[in-house]
Design a protein around this ligand. Sequence first.
Ligand code: CP3
Length: 345
Amino acid sequence: MITTLQNDLLIRAALSQQTERPPVWMMRQAGRFMPEYWAIKNKYSFLEMCKTPEIAADVTMLPVDLLGIDAAILFSDILVTAEAMGGDLSFEQGVGPRFANPVRSFADADKLATDCLPKLEYVADAIKVIQQRLNGSIPLIGFAGAPFTILSYLVEGASSKDFKLTKLMLNNEPKLAHTILQKIADVTVEYLNMQIAAGVNAVQLFDSWALALSWNDYKEFAHYYNNQIISRLNRKDVPVISFCKGSSVFAPIMAEAKPDVISVDWNADLKNIKQSLSAGIAVQGNLDPFVLYADKKVIKDKIHQLFERMRGENGFIFNLGHGIMPDIPFDHVKYAIEVVKEFRY
Ligand code: CP3
């Protein structure tokens, strides 16, 4: 797979090899900050977009064609695994994701299915269409949500500020939490292996809300399952990127799962994190996405500051510390990508 890519900067950086500049892609690069995204979104629901391979491919290709990034990311959502397990998922404008049947008891947990691959076949189909369109130009990143983050949506039934019900379950009913987490982990392994078999060139595990956890709870309820997933993947030459909000704190534990790359939020000094990790673990990040609201000169200076700090470090993928916000001006995102692509070590 690697040898057939025209631009393999991301794969080389993920495998801690030398690159002439850092590769760039951005979380939520195919999304609402793009007028072209809205042109499609106004015709279909979000889940229709995810489940129709031709449309998912059209959206995946928007940042490839309009921004010139070094990697595409599959257009989908982390919550499709939870839906396939039986979650009654909907996305409402301005409200975000909702599960109409939250999972809060052993009876609810028993109902969760684990033979889900047939229901997720549309993702494999989308990957094949996207790879035809990319035609070996740049790598395609597949992804899944990590068990703790998926658990939080299943328990809360929606996005949450404080994860009160989820944390109550971890504290009062840890066995119930572990039962659900193990089911999610099993589905996630099969799902990511399906994506790898369908042709993705890298995979990212999103543990977006791990930040809510204490050190011990992170180890018990997040790391334990992420470690299982990473060690059960048919990785071959497909690098694994481990992302969490909270990675500034949890990086040493994340590293124990042996991902190829740790994606770092914007709180930490990226070079300090990189140097604290064993050789062979690359880092991804970590510009504060709010910088992209600022004047172009500021955007350029902050990117150059980060690059100067990372000079001499192999294994560095430029990205944001979290996703692009929907109201960030498109031309600021485009400008940031140009700044990265013009840079040379
Ligand atoms: O990055 C990409 O461009 C690829 C596609 C992608 C989406 N969601 C599309 C999307 C990816 C990788 C995700 C991951 C995802 N989804 C995460 C992990 C990353 C992160 O941001 O921490 C999480 C937590 C979700 C759950 C989710 N999906 C939420 C909270 C929402 C509501 C939107 C919001 O940010 O408030 C979604 C919907 C969603 N997923 C949209 C998109 C483009 C917006 C859908 C719309 O048009 O209304």
